[in-house]
Design a protein around this ligand. Sequence first.
Ligand SMILES: Cc1ncc(COP(=O)(O)O)c(C=O)c1O
Length: 397
Amino acid sequence: MVVNNTNASLVESENSHEMGIYPKRGIALVRGSGSHVWDADGKEYIDFTSGIGIAILGHAHPKLAQAITHQANTLLTCNESFANNERARLEERLVGLWHSATGTNGRVFLCNSGTEAIEAAIKLARAKTGRKGLVAAMNAFHGRTVGSLSLTFKPKYRERFEPLLGPVARVRFNDIESLRTAVTSDTAAVFLEVIQGEGGIRPAMAEYLQAAREICTAAGALLIIDGIQTDTGRTGKFFAFEHFQIKPDAVTLAKGLGGGVPIGALIAQESACAFKPLEHGSTFGGNPFACAVSNATLDVLEQENILENVRANGEWLMDKLRELAARHSCISEVRGRGLMIGIELKVESKATLQAAQAKGLLVLASGETVIRLLPPLNTPRADFEKALAILDEVLPA
Ligand SMILES: Cc1ncc(COP(=O)(O)O)c(C=O)c1O
């Protein structure tokens, strides 16, 4: 029973009621504003996790709060057999963004999470090509439901649930020859992240992505970019693949798309859209509530020059982190793009994460040795400066 709303009692309560799948970090977050959050004992933190890259406009953004209240007072739900103003607007602008990025006509399927967008993409690829084979990279993360889990790399996430979907060919990331060998006349799709997020913030090389496009085209397979962690502005472009002048057949979105509210999307070239009526669907997908909040998120992205900010602050932060690396020999590399940054340590990152938290900075891990920074995209420079000072203090020499 929750006896009082303290960190200790809330953590204990969740630990005693949940299934034990989420190791807790010892605090309960109960309030947020911009790039800051407060725990149940009243301590303030700079939040460079943004809910694993979700709250791209920070917490309690007034325009999102307004959209949420307005839509709650207007229409929360309306299944896809009926059209809706917010859904129609969101779909039109996503297809518009896709067109600006690829020069091709697109179509969109709306769902509620990243893994659902991947599931939809797997089915679309099979429907379009009539083939079964899937190709994914080592260290990739695409989700945890049975289809997407089949593409996710980490054996410890997968092994107890096998047999999963197959056949899945596993290629070395950034290795063109490995991809060329794996893609065959039975390949329905190749799934790639532009920066592997859970896999240690590992960026794909431009030549690799361009070769992936050529290899897929030659084999008649779809190239599907998983933009769930990298997209909706995190790297300084709306779609991260835009940095590389490639035209994928489809992209998956989720995380930042709703500014904190659950929503996912699969956008695909019109020519790849092979679903027949009712072959796919989702009860909650495209609900007016999530669509309205997503529209408000995209409005703010446009109106407040967020992408420019990401590019400027991202470069500045990367330079500062490299200066930090010069002072701390425990840092082996700083990498990433925009505001998706990994600091690779020569030691496990756990102790540094805990020490940063104690000093008022929340950051994420990616694997055992990488500190992952996913701050809100509108984080002010002053918060970056404070965060850098904390990292300087807590990083081992
Ligand atoms: C690249 C990528 N794909 C898919 C997913 C799965 O998204 P969700 O947790 O919303 O199902 C994630 C989540 O971290 C991700 O980073």
